[in-house]
Structure formats: C-alpha cells, structure tokens
Design a protein around this ligand. Structure first.
Ligand code: UD1
Length: 418
C-alpha cells in the first residue's frame, strides 16, 4: 500500500506534460485483438489499468511488448476467448474486450467487470446491443457466455450515450455482415480515437464525434497498424485544477485544449486566466477563486464527470458557494467526506453537492476512494496548509502516471511512500 505525503500551501509554477489518454488506450488495446496482427501504439501511458489490459491480452495469447512509450500488441497467436474473474475485476474497462473477442473468435466468456465504485455500473446496454447484432448471451452465476449466431449489422439505438457500449458495438460490428448504425452514440474524443485506430486496421467506420456512427462489417483487412493515442484531457484538466487551487502559473503541454474546453471555461468563470493553443493550455490562478455558476456533469461535450472532483477540490477554496449536479453516476461524491476532513464545507443531497467556499484547507490524513476522487484529494493537499497524507493511492495510479513527479516538477513538496 502506497501513500502520498504532501506539504501544501506552495504555489505551482512550470510545465506539466499530458500523457496518452487512459480512456483511449484501453479500448484501443482491446481493439488490437481484432486484426490478428501487429499493432504499434505510441504515446501509451504507463498506468495500472494499462497493465491490467496487457495482462488480459497475454492471457488471450497475444504478445505484448513495450518500447519506450510505445506498446506493441501482436494478436496473431490469440488462442483463447475467456477472461478469468480476477482479471475482469481489475478494472471496469475489461468489459470492452467482449466486443472485440467476439469479433475475432465468434465466442467469449467472462464475468462482470470491476473498477471504481461510483454506484451501480450495469452493462445492460452492452449486452442488449450485442444481442441485437446476433450474439447469443447466457448469464449464469455472474458468468457471461456469448456465442455468435449469424452476425448481422443493423441500427442500434442507445438509451444513453454510453461510452463503453458505443465502443463495444463499434468493435463487434466490425465483424458483422452489412452495416451497423449506432444511434445516440457517445461523442467523447476517445471514441474518435478508436475510430481512427479501426480505420488504420481497414475497418470502414465513420461518424465518431456525431450522434450516429456507421460501421461497415466485413472485418479488418490490415494486419499492421501504427497509432498515436490522443492526450489525456482529464489528466490535463487535473493539473489546471491543481494550479487553480494552490495558486501560481502552470502550462500543460502536449495536450489538446479543445477536448476539455468545458473545464477551462469553468475555471475562467472562477476567476482564472486561461490561455490555450492547439496543443497547450496555460493557467494563471487568481489570488482567490470565486464561485462559478452551477457545475452540471453531462456526456461530451458537456462538463465531464471525471473532472467533477478535481474541480470541486479547487472550488472548496472559492469565495461563495458552488452547486454541483452529478448526472452521470449515482455515487460520485465519496471524496466529499475526505475533503471535509481537510476543512471543506460540502453538503451532499442525492446527486447535488453544495460547496461553501472556505478561506483555507488544512492538511489531514485522507483516503483515496476512487481514481478521480483520489486525484481531487491531491489537488486539495497541494493547496492546504500543512501536511496531507493520502492513503490507497493505487486508485490514483490507475489513471495518472507517477503523479508525484508531475507535481514535484511544478515545485510542490510531495513524495510517495511505499
Ligand atoms: C467511461 C469512462 C469513464 C467516464 C464515463 C462517463 C472509460 C474507460 N471510462 O466509462 O472514465 O467516467 O465513461 O464519461 O472510457 N450505463 C448503463 N448501462 C450500461 C452502460 C452504462 O446504465 O450498459 C450507465 C452508467 O451506469 C452511467 C452512464 O450510463 O450512469 C454512463 O456510463 P458509460 O458512458 O458507459 O461509462 P463507462 O464507459 O463505464
């Protein structure tokens, strides 16, 4: 068990670099089984979840190697279609292997995925959509057995624009005959990245970023794919929030501000000066933040649920009260009780949290409860007076590559203890 020790209250200055997007690399690694060949994926972040995906790929019989920040997946030798429970439970994204394993092998066996506990995270939309494509699904004691009947593309309307379900459908539909149209598809940038990867593999897919995505079946035709993962918008947004909270001036490089404009806009409304270019964003924090209009999480291009907690950590110190409305997940306020230990004034009522800004936070012993909630505690710890100890930082490691090094490079007094 590792922990972060932060001596807070020091403004941050300097540059941070965004890594490859966690939410892109995970579906792309799953997609690498589809073409039965060599996939060279650059800008791959060194994250716990990426290692979990690599473990699944190796179990399935794929070769996985690292070369610097590139991960190379050779799926030619894939000879299994089952994923054991212990690998499934490592992360939520294990469920994204369902579509591609079916596309490649015509059958799949797995259990329910694990991941952050943000309330119930069903996979009914995934299973219903795969059923509509002709997959026969049997569930028995938490196990899911899938076998492809006649796989036929068709229109699939999603009740919610689920990111994971959209990805699973795109991947499975690549092996169907005929055309599949996903209506009410998720529009996140990571969906676009998956589309780019699939196109490089020779799959005809279009529409990512729009409401409808169209996939022509027939399978991938190219055995070798080389791809560069897009930058992580949530990691970038987190660094900006850390500066907004602790003060100072920080530039995030190798990023794509267009992907997180909802967050930069909100930080501007909170009194920060934010400048952006094609691949960088720079923030200058005000003397004190001011409470912005209500923050309502929504599917992309709305305010990202993954940025809710880091932004909240910063706004704990704002002048005035901020209302948060969490519309994606039922239980995404677990960090609030930990922030309260640091002196934050937060009232949670169902899906609403009301944050009354306080003048200062004080260091405390806290516990990361989930990935982004843990990152929020680090943001608060950087701004707090005195020492903060964050336990259970394995959650943070799922989505941030050596977060302490990024903050130390900005002048923070932070260290990891194992
Ligand atoms: C992805 C992201 C996660 C982000 C989330 C929402 C990855 C690896 N993870 O998660 O970081 O917080 O999008 O932007 O990309 N739902 C159902 N039934 C389903 C599927 C989803 O009811 O079958 C519900 C979920 O419970 C949730 C909502 O739909 O309330 C959105 O979930 P979804 O978009 O599927 O999130 P993930 O793909 O799990």
């Amino acid at each position: 068990m590792s922990r972060l020790i932060i001596n807070g209250g020091r403004p941050l200055h300097g540059a941070a670099r965004a890594g490859g997007a966690k939410n892109s690399i995970l579906p792309i690694l799953a997609a690498a089984v589809v073409n039965g060949g060599e996939n060279i994926i650059h800008n791959c972040p060194d994250l716990k979840d990426v290692h979990s995906a690599a473990a699944i790929l190796r179990h399935l019989g794929c070769r996985v190697d690292w070369q610097g920040d590139a991960i190379i997946v050779d799926s030619a030798g894939m000879d299994r279609w089952d994923i054991p429970d212990e690998l499934m439970r490592e992360m939520r994204s294990s469920v994204i292997f369902l579509g591609p394993v079916l596309a490649r092998c015509g059958q799949a066996q797995m259990t329910y995925p694990g991941g952050c506990e943000l309330g119930p995270r069903p996979i009914d939309l995934h299973l219903r959509a795969l059923g509509q494509l002709g997959v026969e699904i049997q569930e028995d004691g938490g196990r899911i057995y899938c076998r492809c009947g006649k796989m036929q593309g068709r229109d699939i309307a999603l009740a919610l624009p689920s990111v994971g379900a959209t990805e699973n459908i795109m991947l499975c539909a690549s092996a169907c005959s005929g055309q599949t149209r996903i209506v009410n598809a998720a529009r996140e940038p990571e969906i676009w990245d998956l589309q780019q990867f699939l196109r490089k593999a020779g799959v005809q897919v279009s529409g990512a970023g729009c409401r409808d995505i169209v996939i022509q079946g027939g399978g991938p035709v190219r055995r070798t794919v080389e791809h560069w993962v897009i930058p992580d918008r949530i990691e970038s947004a987190t660094y900006l929030c850390a500066c907004a909270a602790a003060g100072g001036r920080v530039r995030v490089e190798r990023t794509k501000p267009a992907y997180f404009s909802a967050v930069t806009h909100l930080l501007e409304e909170s009194g920060c000066q934010v400048e952006t270019g094609e691949d960088w964003a720079e923030i200058q924090a005000p003397r004190r933040l001011k409470a912005p209009p209500p923050v309502r999480t929504a599917p992309y291009p709305g305010f990202p649920t993954d940025a809710q907690s880091p932004v909240m950590a910063a706004l704990c110190l704002a002048q005035g009260s901020t209302v948060f409305s969490e519309n994606i997940f039922e239980n995404r306020y677990r960090h609030c009780a930990e922030l309260a230990r640091m002196g934050a004034d937060i009232r949670v009522e169902g899906r609403t949290a009301i944050v009354a800004g306080v003048e200062r936070l004080r260091g405390a012993a806290v516990k990361a409860t989930d990935l982004r909630g843990g990152a929020a505690l680090a943001v608060a710890g950087l701004a707090a007076q005195g020492q903060t100890e964050i336990r259970d930082i394995e959650h943070i490691d799922r989505g941030y590559q050596r977060i302490e090094e990024a903050y130390a490079a900005l002048g923070a007094d932070i260290r990891r203890e194992d």
